[in-house]
Write a protein that binds this ligand. Structure first.
Ligand code: SAM
Length: 220
């Protein structure tokens, strides 16, 4: 039987977070590829859209594309002149995601950079382009703090930064954990305590996915 959290997630999904055909196709393609689904849930996709819309995002940066599922949710929040850059280090994931993106009505608004998050974000910084309005950080956990600090440098006042998977089934409570993912997200979470550059909160997330959480930050 589905847990109560999963049932309520489905209830919310059918009310306000229905997948369109592109999102259904992206999710099905992940299972056809034989991969465990690392994507966010539909309700979390809608939450990202909500934040992107609320800061009127015209430029979005995502770190961790996987099957482009979150990419598509976010691209759908852009105005016609908007642009989304998504970064993926794994070649197989990147090639798969490009194939999915090419089938989207938003394909001309999405650019996939293949490389590590740290390398690509540093490159973007050196290009001194327009600031990004919204960031979704959802890649490897050890450099989460560095991703966050780079995001602040690539942002403007009022930009929103969301970082996924920062509670990890409550494992973040274990100060002595030697799990590199826990250590990585704890470095970011601890940094927020005295960070004057953002106004931040950490939201616990329940639903279809494992018990986890997201950092939500707005740049001061
Ligand atoms: C949790 S999945 C992303 C899921 C996606 N955001 C979604 O919700 O549809 C994490 C992705 O980050 C990628 N990744 C891992 N290390 C990375 C790195 N150093 N730089 C960029 N991407 C990385 C993985 O290959 C994987 O595809």
């Amino acid at each position: 039987m589905l847990s109560l959290f999963a049932q309520v997630d489905q209830y919310i999904e059918q009310l306000v977070a229905n997948e369109d055909t592109e999102l259904v196709m992206a999710r099905q393609a992940i299972s056809k590829a034989g991969w465990a689904d690392q994507s966010i849930s539909p309700v979390q996709g809608k939450l990202l859209q909500f934040f992107a819309r609320s800061c009127q995002a015209k430029r979005i940066l995502e770190v961790g594309t996987f099957g482009a599922y979150s990419t598509l949710w976010l691209a759908k929040a852009l105005p016609p002149e908007g642009k989304l850059i998504t970064i993926e280090s794994d070649q197989e994931h990147a090639e798969h995601a490009i194939h999915i993106i090419q089938q989207s009505a938003h394909q001309h608004q999405i650019e996939l950079l293949q490389g590590t998050g740290l390398h690509c974000m540093t490159e973007l910084l050196s290009q001194r382009g327009a600031p990004f309005d919204f960031f979704f950080i959802d890649a490897d956990k050890p450099p989460y703090l560095e991703y966050f600090q780079l995001a602040i440098k690539l942002a403007r006042k009022g930009s929103i930064i969301v970082c996924d998977n920062v509670i990890r089934n409550g494992k973040v409570l274990d100060e002595t954990s030697n799990d590199e993912k826990v250590i990585g997200v704890r470095r970011l979470n601890n940094y927020l305590k005295d960070c004057k550059e953002v106004t931040a909160v950490i939201l616990q997330t329940v639903g279809n996915k494992e018990y986890d959480g997201m950092v939500l930050a707005v740049v001061n």
